[in-house]
Ligand binder design. Structure first.
Ligand code: GDP
Length: 301
């Protein structure tokens, strides 16, 4: 059994490779929920949906969000009606958001709602929201604080940010399911997801760091040199007071990680790290990296 900590791009790419080697039922994926929001009457949980769509074979792997071949009739008509729907939600994707919203409104926890969606979509992997209470990543800009989605989707990451904060009413705690998945895993993989907005929100849930200290943890860097493979991780790391590199990433993971994987092209030296080709340009490349991780974890596929 493997457990993963995941955002919505880097780790899902690794999961795509891992699925060619391991049965889905052998994987538990703990997913960041700090980018969630109530949106257009539904409940948007972008990282959970990317993982669910991956395991159900629905994911648009050009963008790593949304459903392949989805249509946008509702979004287009909402815009025509003058609605400010700043995220282009596909029609099928919206159906998932609406169903999750209904489940939450009728009293399900996010863990239960996710389980229900997974069952309906025939998913054998365990997809686990990191926590059942809301927590939101917000960024500080000269014009005030913005929800991460406002910054990344509406503003396209083009505004300068001076800080990153997590906002909640109740300090988030890992669910029982998350702690059991970590404790029961032969290895826990921190995929190459954004350290600030995807992995750290999970690490900040009460109980997670302690559970990781008792686990065999393999972490993969999302950086090559001073740039991430994609996305806003460099600006976010700087705004968070961390060096935007594998060295900065290792500083965050070093207290509990046993193995740190850097890309063979990365000019930054992290003593003790191991080097592989981590550029997952397709399923084959992702499967090769997944195979190396299984070898490190002593798991024979
Ligand atoms: P988000 O939720 O969409 O922001 O996605 P994640 O946090 O899961 O992943 C974003 C991170 O994935 C970025 O920091 C990228 O640098 C990293 N990433 C994307 N593709 C690759 C890849 O092929 N290899 C590596 N090493 N990192 C990748």
């Amino acid at each position: 059994m493997l457990a993963f900590l995941s955002g919505g791009t880097g780790t899902p790419k690794l999961l795509r490779g891992m699925r060619t080697l391991l049965a889905d039922g052998e994987m538990a994926v703990v997913v960041n929920t700090a980018e969630d929001m109530w949106f257009s009457g539904g409940h948007l949980s972008p990282d959970i949906d990317t993982v669910i769509y991956l395991f159900s074979g629905l994911l648009n792997t050009e963008t790593w969000w949304g459903i392949a071949g989805d249509t946008f009739a509702t979004h287009d008509f909402l815009i025509r009606l003058g609605e400010d729907e700043f995220i282009a939600l596909g029609d099928r994707d919206r159906a998932v958001n609406l169903m999750r919203a209904e489940l939450l409104r009728s009293g399900s926890t996010l863990t239960e709602a996710t389980r229900s969606l997974c069952t309906r979509l025939g998913i054998a992997a365990r997809v686990l929201p990191m926590a059942d209470t809301p927590v939101t990543t917000r960024v500080r800009t000269a014009a005030g604080s913005l929800h991460f989605q406002e910054y990344w989707v509406r503003q396209k990451g083009k505004v300068a940010i001076s800080g990153v904060e997590r906002v909640y009413e109740t300090p988030p705690a890992a669910t029982r399911e998350v702690l059991e998945a970590i404790a029961g895993a032969d290895a826990v993989i921190l995929g190459p997801s954004n350290p600030v907005t995807s992995i750290s929100p999970i690490l900040e849930c009460a109980g997670v760091r302690q559970a990781l200290e008792d686990a065999f943890v393999v972490a993969v860097s999302p950086f090559i040199g001073d740039a991430p493979v994609s996305g806003p991780a460099a600006d976010l790391m700087r705004a968070w007071g961390m060096e935007p590199s594998s060295a900065g990433t290792w500083q965050l993971y070093e207290p509990f990680a046993n193995v740190f994987i850097q890309d063979i092209r990365d000019p930054v030296t992290v003593p003790g790290s191991v080097r592989f080709d981590t550029l997952m340009t397709g399923t084959g490349a992702a499967a090769r990296l997944a195979g190396e991780i299984l070898r490190i974890a002593g798991i024979t596929p």
